[in-house]
Ligand binder design. Sequence first.
Ligand code: 5AD
Ligand code: FES
Length: 335
Amino acid sequence: MQLSKAEIIRHLEDEEHQQELFQKADAIRHQYVGDEVHLRGLIEFSNICRNQCLYCGIRCGNTKLLRYRMLEDELIETARKAAVLGFKTVVMQSGEDTYYTQVRLCRVIEAIKKFNVAVTLSIGERDYADYKAFKEAGADRYLMRIETTDKKLYHKLNPKMSWQHRYECLLALKELHYELGSGIMVGLPEQSIESIADDLLFLKKLPVDMAGIGPFIPHPDTPLAHQQGGKLDLSLRTMALMRLLLPDINIPATTAMESLHPQGRIMALKAGANVVMPNVTEGEYRRLYELYPGKICINDTPQQCRNCLSVKIKMLGRTIGTGYGGHHKIAKFPE
Ligand code: 5AD
Ligand code: FES
């Protein structure tokens, strides 16, 4: 669906009529991607990061955090267990950890592909040659949020990083035929409604195959500890508008939404989302992979998370996706 920037802004600001927006996004979700909810098993395999993003709890400047890294065998074993639990996609996520070289990651990807799962990488900015090698090793999808399209804000929040470089990484991933996921945080300090509208139009233009949208939640051990943080309702309106703009893509009900409200992901699934990414990381690692405080399920096991979500999805009258749940493009949308 085409929406002008002015129309997007109007919807973003319109708290009073948000239920109508959510219903519309829900109907479009039903029409274009159906009632299946695709589950992705999220493996948080290292919280070691070379970057300094001001919002992020695992930024390298946070010396309070105990760091961990799963070694190759442990990572592969975690993925194997996720496949046994029934996950058809595993998402390998980490900080930008340079231990995980091209050779190591390719070895891991090749091993995990043997479990007949789709592999999604979420490991940040890398060289073109790395992205190419990971694809050849069998990686199917890549997630990397642009975080914000306000370049000035981006550079304030991500010292030493370049917005242009991140954008070029996204283009490279597209060129290499990854299914591409990107997204933003809502409620960053100094982020305007207008800039969120620009973000949505940016994601539409790329276009992404998947868009993850979640509220910014201030972490106490970061420079943004005392900032306001994003609101759930505005995040949901942003996500619902993404569904209107790109009707056939995958949209996750993000974990950050549930951290703000016990029903956050349910609300998202009723407002345009069709994917959930339960954590399949085990033990202590869950707690240590703390991008933001109040992270849910830190004491649960992968099996518990899967069961809990199955119940929630069934209560919504939806079913759990049985396939890989990739992006099936619909050639032409009726306007
Ligand atoms: N609050 C909410 N989301 C966060 N992320 C990182 N830090 C925070 C935070 N404090 C998000 C970023 C990143 C994704 C993995 O987690 O958007 O891309
Ligand atoms: Fe982890 Fe509900 S999703 S316990």
